[in-house]
Every structure is written in structure tokens, then in C-alpha cells.
Design a protein around this ligand. Sequence first.
Ligand code: SF4
Length: 337
Amino acid sequence: MPDGPLPRPERPERTLTTPEALQAAGLIPAAALPGAMAVAERYSISVTPAVAALIDPADPADPIGRQYLPDPAELATAPHELADPTADAPHSPVPGVVHRYPDRALLKPLLACPVYCRFCFRREAVGPEGGVLGEAALEAALGWFARTPAVREAILTGGDPLMLSPRRLGMILARLAALPHIEILRIHSRVPVAAPERVTATLAAALAVETPLYLCVHANHAREFTPDAMAALGRLHAAGVVLLGQSVLLRGVNDSPEALEALFRAMLRARVKPYYLHQLDPAPGTARFAVPVEEGRAILRALRGRVTGLAWPVYVQERPGGGGKVPLGPDYAANEA
Ligand code: SF4
């Protein structure tokens, strides 16, 4: 049967984790199956029902599908691409902890995510089987936080911490919040947009801690802010969680002033303050998403005067070797001089 335009599929009931399931759901054509299977041997695949319902299979350039559907180009590693582009491993004092800056540190309690983004900077590490910290390792990680008083901010990332059970996540947050030197808790998550049904009242209650809790929602396109996602974010806001947005500048997803304007406006409508716009980290097989820094600056410059200052994130790039983030501008004042 020839591969014509695919009809919009029914919303699947389950998360799709294999190329065969993607094809059966009508998200990739039969001709794409061999290439997708080759990718699946190396990298994890996961498309939740919420994300599947957003993908337009009739559009091969669909900005949602591009983020999540495997592409054989992922198997070509460019010379500058690195397995650990942010250098987590050399900055890990104990398993599950990354300490790059004096006053804050990451805790990665698991490496599973609701979806596996094709441009992920931790793509060599994340996966459904990967990296749940067992009891002893979690105790060791929490012990490190307890004996490191210079750390004021504990940042839960992964993987996606909202994939933990509310009970386990609540326990981890409570243990960190009980440390006298921890002033701020932060969680990085894709769940509110990729699997909003996971943001239950029980989960929101687990996040309602005394210590200020900031939740950075990872979203890259305005269409990700569906009514279900907005409702999930509303539940988090009602629980006292401060919502921030982080995005990656991605070719074919949000690489225009119009796409970024729509994204940042959608965030603000969801009570999410755009925080960071990341330059793509050079993870293996992600070159098709790269946007040159000068082009990124020009796109942001074009937003000047068009959107409220509330909608401006900081455009940043991770220094190679784990050297931390550097702001990339644009320098509006110099531009005006
Ligand atoms: S949710 Fe985050 S950690 Fe997980 S695959 Fe996507 S970018 Fe990577």
C-alpha cells in the first residue's frame, strides 16, 4: 500500500514506546518503520496519549511530531557532539547528585521520563529502565545534601521527577526541606504538558511544602499548552508552586519570532514565567535541531517591543565541560548605540 498522507489517528489509550506502536497508531508511515527501528535500538521512544493527540501525522514537518518521533538522522553523530554535553559525570560527588555551582546542586532520583525528546541532552542516560536511585543510593545522595551547607537550592531533575509516586516525591522533598540550609526547592519536568493526567490532587498535595518550590516546565511549542495541560498547571499553581518555563531553541519547532512569541504568550496564560531559552546542547544525533547562536539572537531581537517583558526568557548556552551557563544576549543596549 502506498504511503499517502496519514489520517489524524484516534488518541491512543496507552503510551507508545515502540516504532511498531507508532505506526499502528498512524503517527509514522510504514516506509519509516525500518529507520525508526534502527533508532529504537539505541535510544528510547515514548509518546504519551496526550502528545500523540497533538501530532498531525499528515504534516511531516509537524513541530510536535518533530520533537518526539524517531528519525534515522539520530544515528549520525557529528564530530562536535558529546555523549555527556553538560559534563554531569565529572561533577557528581555521589551517584544521583551533580554539583556544578557552589550554592545549588542537582538530585536525579530517576532517569525515566514521560516522553523521550529526540534532542535530549541526556539522551545517552535517560530511559524507562534507567537509573532509579535505590534506597541506599538515595540515602547517600540525601546525606550529601545534609553535609553540604553551602548548597541552598536543591534541584530535582532526571529523568523527570514527576514520574515518581507522590509518596516518594513528597518524602524526598520533605527530607530536603528539613535541612536548615536548603532555602529553595526546584523541579524540572515535562509532565504537566506531556502527561498532564499525572498531576493529580495527590501529586499537587505532595508538592505543597513550606519551602518555596519552583517548578520549571519544559515546553517548546505553544500547542503543548492544551486545556488539560493548563488545568494541570492550574492545580500546581493552586498548591503554591511557582511556575517557570524552560525551552530549547529548536530548528523546525520554534525557530521563528512568531513561534517563540506564541510559546511565551501561551506560557504566561498558563501562569508560567518564561525563564530559560536554551541553545541546543550538542548531544549525539541532534544536529538537525541546531539553530546558530546569531540566528537565535536575531529571533529574540525581533521579539523586542512585540511582547511584554514578562515574556522574555534568558537565552543561555551551557559551556562545554560543565562550566555552567552563559547568557547569549541579544545585547539590546549595544544594538541601540
Ligand atoms: S523530558 Fe527532559 S530529560 Fe526526558 S527526554 Fe525530554 S529533555 Fe530529556
